[in-house]
Design a protein around this ligand. Structure first.
Ligand SMILES: [Zn+2]
Length: 158
């Protein structure tokens, strides 16, 4: 473990603490994997942490491009894999056959409710459901670390 400063008065107050945490986590992950912490990787991490939605690789590629950061798709895919391994990013299956991602660091346990009529996605959480899942995991001798819950439905008519 590194002794990172845990002071809340960071030198970059515009960046949320989530980003600082992600940066530290990613740095350690890359070190373990003996990979370099390049400017390109930082740019990708910044973009991933700045987004609070679900996004595809294409969308990420576009927004990086719009920000003047040119990253090839191959590099992007490789980096997304690293970010997943580091526990910063997760794949979300929203039932539309496209792989989408979201950052999980600083973004608590939640599940997705997907409208099958228009594909609209809402996030929600439930302490009750989480308690049930924890109990279920414990029953099988597991400590719950995360879960993926996707709920699909059609819009209710009055
Ligand atoms: Zn989500």
């Amino acid at each position: 473990m590194s002794n990172k400063p845990s002071s809340k008065t960071s030198a970059t107050p515009s960046k949320p603490t989530d980003f600082e945490e992600a940066l530290e986590k990613y740095r350690e992950h890359l070190k373990r994997k003996r990979l370099l912490f390049t400017r390109e990787r930082i740019a990708i991490l910044e973009e991933v942490m700045a987004r609070h939605d679900h996004f595809s690789v294409e969308e990420l590629h576009d927004s990086l491009k719009a920000a003047g950061k040119k990253v090839s798709r191959a590099t992007l895919y490789r980096n997304l894999d690293s970010l997943k391994e580091a526990g910063i990013l997760a794949e979300v299956d929203l039932g539309n056959r496209h792989v989408q991602y979201e950052h999980v660091l600083g973004h608590g346990h939640h599940f997705h409710l997907v409208c099958e009529d228009d594909g609209a996605v809402v996030e929600d959480s439930s302490a009750e459901i989480e308690k049930l899942l924890e109990a279920l995991a414990r029953k099988h001798n597991l400590d719950l670390t995360h879960f993926k819950l996707q709920i699909f439905g059609t819009r209710r008519r009055k």
